[in-house]
Design a protein around this ligand. Structure first.
Ligand SMILES: Cc1cc2nc3c(=O)[nH]c(=O)nc-3n(C[C@H](O)[C@H](O)[C@H](O)COP(=O)(O)O)c2cc1C
Length: 207
């Protein structure tokens, strides 16, 4: 038996809770921006994914109008900093609703590193920075989806195996429902079979 839910008959908070507890785990974009007045902003966003690899475009959603969104609309630039496990408390602290004139970098004590192609600073301790120029926004109900063209990527050599960012070194944090966060579990590997190798079971052929 399943319990059936009709989103149209539910209040918005209940729908939010259902979606954020079932679309899991979500990666966290730790988005840095700089306001038109020069205040550096930093905030986590877990409504985040890749939109396109060619050209490279990522997206996140601002639920409501927040400083990150306003800064991106004003300047056309942002950086997605990777959210690693060891920065758990700092990432959460930057989710506090500081007023626009207060920089989360300073309030939380997070060291900056200059960007290469965009003005917003990178988080120095984060292993990956994806520097983005605003591609477009889409207004969806109470949210705005922000698409950013990745114009530069910087990856710490400490997490690289050759040119490949190694998952056990990256140690991503993820967001789930309620106040739940996830860390990296067991990593499984399997090759996707082309149809000409399909055996009827999906099992990888021996040899
Ligand atoms: C792990 C985590 C994920 C979050 N994801 C989102 C999100 O996807 N969209 C959003 O609008 N707010 C999200 N928030 C809340 C924002 O980070 C929070 O409202 C923040 O104060 C916004 O900062 P800003 O006004 O400086 O942009 C998240 C918070 C946390 C801690």
């Amino acid at each position: 038996m399943r319990k059936e839910f009709d989103p149209d008959a539910m209040d918005a908070t209940a729908v939010y809770r259902l979606l954020t507890s079932t679309v899991v785990p979500r990666p966290i974009a730790w988005v840095s921006t700089t306001s038109a007045d020069g205040v550096d902003n930093l905030a986590p966003h877990s409504f985040f994914t890749i939109s396109c690899a060619s050209p490279p475009v990522v997206q996140f959603s601002s639920v409501g109008r927040k400083d990150s969104l306003r800064n991106i609309e004003a300047t056309g630039e942002f950086t997605v900093n990777f959210a690693p496990e060891h920065l758990f408390e700092q990432i959460n602290a930057t989710g506090t609703d500081f007023p626009p004139g207060v920089s989360e970098f300073d309030a939380v004590g997070i060291a900056r590193e200059p960007g290469r192609k965009v003005r917003p600073p990178r988080v120095a301790a984060s292993p990956v920075a994806l520097e983005c120029r605003l591609h477009s926004t889409v207004l969806l109900g109470d949210s705005t989806v922000v698409f950013g063209r990745v114009v530069h990527a910087a990856v710490s050599e400490a997490v690289l195996d050759g040119d490949h960012p190694e998952i056990t070194k990256l140690r991503p944090l993820t967001r789930m429902g309620k106040n739940e966060w996830g860390v990296l579990g067991e990593v499984l590997e399997i090759r996707r079979l082309p149809y000409h190798e399909w055996s009827g079971t999906g099992a990888t052929p021996a040899g």
